[in-house]
Design a protein around this ligand. Structure first.
Ligand SMILES: Cc1cc2nc3c(=O)[nH]c(=O)nc-3n(C[C@H](O)[C@H](O)[C@H](O)COP(=O)(O)OP(=O)(O)OC[C@H]3O[C@@H](n4cnc5c(N)ncnc54)[C@H](O)[C@@H]3O)c2cc1C
Length: 429
């Protein structure tokens, strides 16, 4: 059976909202550029409060990472609450800790409130350690977040396999609030809910220029223009040169995924029981969850926008390592997408000019956190105080030697995999 190059979520998603390219001129209060989860959730928050808002996407709603994502709701950062306080300052640190603790429940609440049909399951997330060093770090992380109120327990020995179905790990954290969604359906659902509340949405509408004219912003697109008092940039890893240096604030790493054929009832009893999700501590992280039809979605770090033979080999090897009991299961589809990784692996908010806001850099934790960002950006535009934001507004700071390091991205996956192998050999748990 040949493996199709096709984003699995496009096959199982709810109907796409009927959006066309912009044709003509439009005036709105807020223009959102980028029709992914962050953009659609921002627009929804604004439309829900009577603000006139338009979303434009160069391709389509959910075309970017949001429609390619693993869809795992992993409601915790890689940093301890104290590290966040230090990084973001006391006010924003506290805001982010509170927002993070409620991020998963708020996501699943949003899904109900806005009647989004996205195969949502909140059955927990197993975060597994692959080395003794990772156990130490993860234990400290779990304890620190549990002390703030997160529902996290440590699993050891056979309990890890009982909880996850994977015999590959001896230690893990189990986060009760975690879960998974069909990410393209979630994005389309937010878009539909926004449209129902008056938001205007346009596909096939790349913005090529932003100009300040008479105290407002004018966005140029191939067949029309939009004038708005405020513009929100939610272009994440697919940012181009539209706003100077924005794309230099992160590295666009690649994540690759596969979808297996549906598992049998017997296989499902031993793999991810109860539809829990799993991810691990590798640099080239292995992550996995079910889709609604019992297919296993398995992902890791990739090299290019296309899943080449090497990336597919890496995916198959990962699947065999984590779930040897289904090592030879046929694979139906494979696809890739870009994640925006900032140096501190945390998203950022920028306000580089009056009336321009940008929220991006989710560093692979975008399912719950794009909604956190969307609520924060819409709240600010609705008159909220800057002190209430979960992230401080930062200047745009390009990564030094960005062009050079960006060219090395295809080497990231092989070198991370090599390092992971070395760590497993020398420090394996
Ligand atoms: C394969 C993969 C697996 C992932 N797995 C997980 C996971 O399991 N859990 C998790 O939490 N996170 C995961 N992530 C990350 C998460 O999916 C992202 O953080 C999130 O979807 C980012 O959403 P966004 O709206 O910011 O950006 P995107 O969804 O990427 O949207 C950006 C949009 O901007 C548009 N755009 C860019 N420039 C312009 C322009 N000039 N004019 C108009 N439009 C423009 C693009 O067309 C694009 O559609 C994964 C990502 C990938 C790629």
């Amino acid at each position: 059976m040949s493996v199709k190059d096709e984003i699995h979520w496009t096959v199982t998603a709810g109907e796409a909202p009927a959006v066309q390219p912009l044709d003509g001129s439009l005036v709105v209060d807020v223009l959102v550029i980028g029709g992914g989860l962050a953009g659609c959730r921002t627009a929804l928050g604004l439309a829900d409060n009577g603000v006139s808002v338009a979303v434009v996407d160069a391709h389509n709603i959910g075309w970017g990472a949001s429609g390619r994502s693993g869809g795992q709701c992993n409601p915790m950062w890689r940093k301890t609450p104290d590290a966040l306080r230090k990084l973001l300052g006391a006010t924003h640190g506290e805001n982010l800790i509170k927002t993070t603790l409620e991020s998963a429940d708020k996501l699943f609440e949003d899904i109900k409130t806005f009647d989004v049909d996205c195969d949502a399951v909140q059955a927990g997330w197993v975060q597994a350690a692959h080395t003794r060093r990772a156990i130490k770090d993860m234990a400290a992380l779990g304890k620190a977040w549990a002390a703030e109120g997160a529902d996290i327990v440590e699993l050891e020995g056979a309990d890890v396999e009982i909880a996850s179905g994977s015999p590959a790990y001896k230690w893990a954290l189990r986060h009760a609030a975690g879960g998974h969604v069909q990410p393209l359906s979630l994005t389309r659902g937010y878009a539909r809910a926004g449209i129902a509340r008056g938001a205007k949405m346009f596909a096939g509408t790349p913005v090529s220029k932003l100009e300040r004219i008479g105290g407002k912003w004018r966005a140029t697109t191939p067949n029309g223009d939009i004038t708005a008092e405020n513009v929100v940039l939610t272009t994440n890893a697919y940012s181009n040169g539209l706003w100077p240096d924005l794309k230099k604030t992160f590295q666009p790493l690649v994540s690759v995924s596969l979808a297996t054929q549906p598992l049998s009832e017997e296989q499902k009893r031993s793999v991810l029981p109860g539809s829990v999700t799993i991810s691990d501590s590798r640099l080239a992280i292995y992550y996995s969850r079910y889709d609604r039809d019992g297919r296993l979605i398995f992902g890791c770090v990739g090299s290019t926008d296309h899943v080449d033979a090497l990336s597919l080999r890496r995916l198959r090897a990962g699947l065999k390592t984590v779930f040897p009991q289904i090592a030879n299961i046929p694979i139906e589809r494979k696809w890739a997408g870009r994640i925006a990784v900032t140096p501190e692996m945390m998203p950022r908010i920028h306000e580089p000019a009056p009336g321009i806001l940008a929220g991006l850099g989710f560093s692979g934790r975008g399912i719950a956190m794009t909604s956190v960002m969307g609520r924060a950006l819409s709240g600010k535009l609705l008159g909220g105080n800057e002190h209430d934001l979960p992230f401080p507004i930062q200047p745009i700071k390009p990564i030094p030697l960005h062009g050079l390091t960006r060219r090395l991205i295809p080497l990231a996956a092989p070198s991370m995999t090599l390092k992971d192998r070395f760590d497993s050999l020398t420090n394996g748990a």
